[in-house]
Design a protein around this ligand. Structure first.
Ligand SMILES: Cc1cc2nc3c(=O)[nH]c(=O)nc-3n(C[C@H](O)[C@H](O)[C@H](O)COP(=O)(O)OP(=O)(O)OC[C@H]3O[C@@H](n4cnc5c(N)ncnc54)[C@H](O)[C@@H]3O)c2cc1C
Length: 435
């Protein structure tokens, strides 16, 4: 029997074959810094880059290698907060604030595109557009109703495809039509985070991997950061730990974030004609389920990268691989015999109000909670929080200072996820049966 895995199967991100996060230099930590940033992903590095460009050198500390977290593990699908655009925000925030918020989120796409071009980051960025498959007929109607508004918000065309035309975008019969959103792109996430780190270092940031921050303490109007490699005095601190905040020095933040494992597999290389049939226009793809799938061709267009919530309880990449393979062949039956070369996982950070947040608590700044859609948004929020720390923001971000809810007795360990996640999965199944 043909096995599901290639002989050289790995449980590290396929992206790391081209850009593995490098272990940090063993140099000693400085005794003092203007700003200490905890977490060396898009948020922390983007903040450090902005600060550097404005003449403030920050110290970025990551417990693992710089870029080790979600920032080198994600799907590399770039959009301006399309997820935010779906929720009844006006009811919660009022019309004006809701409008500012979705427009700011949408603007994060132009921001990251400009940043990549300005810093000449070699990360295979392309404006591919995205196809969102409708899981039910009702979802397609919802897309039709939102298309004009979404086009206005994103500043790019949005087209609805009826069921009979899905093959123009996707080699699958699994969806009831869908929507093409032109304002979306794709990149190589590990090359992007590496390029961002290089740009931040060029701008004067000091980057140190392998330094876990254990504790933050007030020291007059400054802070002291405690690590196993010594401690550092900082005038300001930014927590940029996002989906990896549990067990970290910022318990207040961890209590407001729900770390959720997301899983991806990479297939072996496929013939060009198969790839062309599956992804005729090379778009990024996701679907409208509550527990969604997201998938894409790799930047060279030779293999499929397939992501989803293989499990809501923590599980290994080995155990997730067959589950994702089943999800993939449900959409692309012709990949039944296609083997997997890589399977990996990473944490995304959800929030109880499904919104990203920036703010400050007890003097410590934070920017987090992109609900699994943070390539552009966390880069943007890192920039915004940097401006805020430096006192250089022309106007307050729409994500700044929103009430940041938690749940009674929640300490950052989402014990409820398996139950809630399976309930969502079940509802997806019912919706489909009803359709
Ligand atoms: C599998 C997967 C697929 C995804 N796909 C997409 C996608 O296609 N498109 C999209 O837009 N978004 C996607 N995302 C989300 C996106 O990757 C994240 O929103 C983004 O990378 C978050 O960046 P960050 O810098 O805030 O956090 P991270 O990159 O997670 O960085 C946080 C860092 O904090 C460090 N840290 C934690 N505690 C400490 C401590 N005590 N001391 C020092 N360092 C510490 C960690 O080691 C980690 O490196 C995906 C995420 C995952 C996991």
């Amino acid at each position: 029997m043909r096995t599901l895995y290639t002989d050289d199967f790995r449980t590290t991100p396929w992206w790391w074959e081209a850009a593995r996060p490098a272990p940090g230099a063993a140099e000693p930590l400085p005794a003092e810094t203007e700003v200490a940033i905890i977490g060396g992903g898009y948020t922390g590095l983007s903040a450090a880059l902005t600060m550097g460009r404005m003449g403030t050198s920050a110290l970025v500390l990551d417990a693992e290698a710089i870029g080790f977290g979600a920032s080198s593990r994600n799907g590399g699908m770039v959009s301006g907060g399309l997820k935010i655009a779906g929720q009844g925000l006006s009811r919660r925030l009022g019309e004006e604030h809701a409008d500012r918020l979705v427009r700011e989120a949408a603007g994060s796409l132009a921001f990251i595109e400009e940043l990549i071009a300005r810093e000449a980051i070699d990360c295979a960025y392309a404006r591919t557009g995205r196809f969102v498959g409708a899981w039910t007929r009702r979802h397609l109607v919802g897309m039709e109703n939102r298309a004009a508004w979404l086009a206005d918000i994103t500043g790019g065309a949005v087209r609805i495809l009826p069921p009979g035309r899905v093959h123009e975008e996707l080699g699958s019969d699994r969806y009831y039509g869908g929507m093409v959103v032109e304002a979306a792109g794709a990149l190589h996430p590990a090359r992007y985070v590496r390029g961002l780190a290089e740009a931040a270092a060029r701008a004067g940031a000091c980057l140190r991997g392998g330094v876990r921050v254990m504790r933050i303490a007030r020291e007059g109007d400054a802070f002291r950061i405690f690590t196993p490699r010594g401690n550092v005095r900082a005038r300001a601190v930014l927590s940029a730990t996002n989906g990896y905040s549990l067990g970290g020095p910022n318990e207040w933040l961890a209590r407001r974030l729900i770390p959720v494992g997301s899983y991806i597999i990479a297939t072996e290389e496929l013939p060009p004609e198969t790839m062309k049939r599956l992804f005729p226009n090379g778009r990024m793809v996701s679907d409208s389920r509550r527990v969604l799938n997201y998938f894409r061709p790799c930047p060279e267009g030779r293999r499929v990268l397939w992501g989803g919530r293989a499990s809501f309880a923590p599980t290994s990449p080995e155990a997730a691989a067959p589950v994702l393979h089943r999800m993939m062949t449900d959409v692309f039956p012709e990949l039944q015999d296609t083997r997997i070369t890589h399977s990996w996982t990473g944490n995304v950070a959800f929030t109880f109000d499904f919104l990203p947040h920036i703010g400050v608590e007890d003097g410590v700044h934070y920017a987090a909670g992109c609900q699994g859609s943070g390539v552009a948004m966390q880069t943007w929020l890192g920039h915004q929080v940097a401006l805020k720390i430096l006192g250089r923001a022309n106007r307050k971000s729409a994500f700044d200072g929103l009430e940041f809810p938690t749940m009674r007795f929640y300490s950052g360990n989402p014990w409820f996820l398996p139950v809630v996640g399976e309930w969502y999965r079940l509802r997806d199944r019912f919706d489909r049966m009803a359709a």
